[in-house]
Write a protein that binds this ligand. Structure first.
Ligand code: UD1
Length: 344
């Protein structure tokens, strides 16, 4: 057994896939999650895939005492992967304090406790949102950080700065900041996936729910962008591929392979795909039609952004491997599983 890793937000979408990969790689996992945007049954899915049930603490990471109790009860945690955060762009505009408190207090609490409990490294779940509308694509890690267009995006920028300041102050920790592009899909076993609350705001859950007939049609937000087909372009990265990068990042810190105490990596495929292109990919991969119509632009959307993943490819030795077709099939299988379970 390798070291013990604390995964905050470990029953969530990206968190649960990462827990599976950590356990498959031989790590012992402790999850903390307040279940605000996930379900405790996700633990069953994780156990079915990996054969191991992670330790689970239902608590809020903004609660410093609860976190302290967790570290006391689970001695020997060597690393943290921090997924515990609110992530809905629109909601963050309506409830900024909720986002600042939740996302920043969580991080500050974790950092505060790391030296006290000899935790060596923290992987932070950041986003390509820090690049805003990039001046050029594909985007490297050296692209300028643009002023955030939402409180959610701002929490990612501020979090990166908080970690950097803390490490620069001489704190005895390391960190790897992973900037995700657009994570999509589900585990190929369809045991875990994304569980959106209410009407989905993100493209893929809305698309699969439309394909299932739960939603009448998918609105494509704008076809008058400066892109080949007029719809926005994103870098859709398979969630299992993404999860695997976290295991490599953790290993890198624990085995002292990092070149700096803080490292930043883009996690994307390097391929820009338009919203209409993605709908096509889904339809050809699954044979299922997605009724859709073009509507006006969504406020705050970026026109086009995709990653230059060379640094992650070359330095981490990680590469996004899953084809968009397999990813779309996994999203569709997961949607069908939700239907079987009577959840959708
Ligand atoms: C946003 C955030 C990103 C965050 C991600 C997951 C920004 C700029 N981006 O990404 O940081 O990690 O959410 O929460 O803060 N679309 C439609 N119809 C729909 C839904 C979406 O056409 O019903 C389009 C959007 O206009 C966009 C693309 O699909 O062009 C992707 O949208 P979405 O899945 O919401 O992700 P982002 O906005 O790219």
């Amino acid at each position: 057994m390798k070291g013990k890793i604390l995964v905050t937000g470990g029953t969530g979408y990206i968190g649960s896939h990462t827990v599976v990969e950590l356990q498959n790689a031989g790590y012992e996992v402790v999850i903390i999650d307040n279940l605000s945007n996930s379900d405790v049954n996700v633990l069953d899915g994780i156990e079915k895939i990996s054969g191991k049930r992670p330790a689970f603490v239902e608590a809020d990471c903004t609660d410093l005492d609860a976190l302290r109790n967790l570290f006391e009860a689970n001695k020997g945690i060597v690393g943290i992967i921090n997924f515990a955060a609110s992530k809905a762009v629109g909601e963050s505009v309506a409830k900024p304090l909720l986002y600042y408190r939740n996302n920043l207090d969580t991080l500050i609490n974790l950092l505060d406790l790391m030296p006290q409990y000899n935790v060596k490294g923290i992987v932070f779940s950041s986003s390509c949102t820090v690049y805003g509308e990039p001046d050029e694509n594909p985007v490297t890690e050296n692209a300028p950080i643009k002023k955030a267009t939402s409180p959610y995006g701002n929490t990612k920028q501020i979090s990166e700065e908080i970690i950097t300041d803390f490490v620069t102050s001489g704190a005895p920790i390391k960190s790897i900041l992973l900037r995700y592009f657009n994570p999509v899909g589900a585990h190929p076993t369809a045991e875990i996936g994304e569980l959106p609350n209410g009407v989905p705001q993100n493209l893929i859950p809305y698309l699969t729910q439309t394909a299932m007939g739960i939603r009448k049609e998918l609105s494509v937000f704008g076809d008058d962008y400066n892109t080949p087909d007029g719809s926005c372009i994103r870098d859709f990265i398979n969630v299992v591929d993404l999860a695997k990068a976290h295991v490599i990042a953790m290993e890198r810190m624990l085995e002292d392979k990092s070149e700096d105490k803080i490292e930043i990596f883009n996690l994307g495929t390097g391929i820009g795909l338009s919203v209409l292109g993605l709908i096509n990919a889904f339809e050809s991969a699954t044979g299922v039609k997605v009724p859709h119509k073009i509507v006006g632009r969504r406020a705050g959307d970026i026109e086009k952004v995709w990653a230059n993943p060379d640094k992650a490819n070359n330095v981490l030795g990680w590469k996004a491997e899953t084809s968009i077709e397999d990813t779309m099939r996994s999203a569709w299988n997961w949607q069908n599983r939700l239907r079987e379970r009577g959840l959708m």
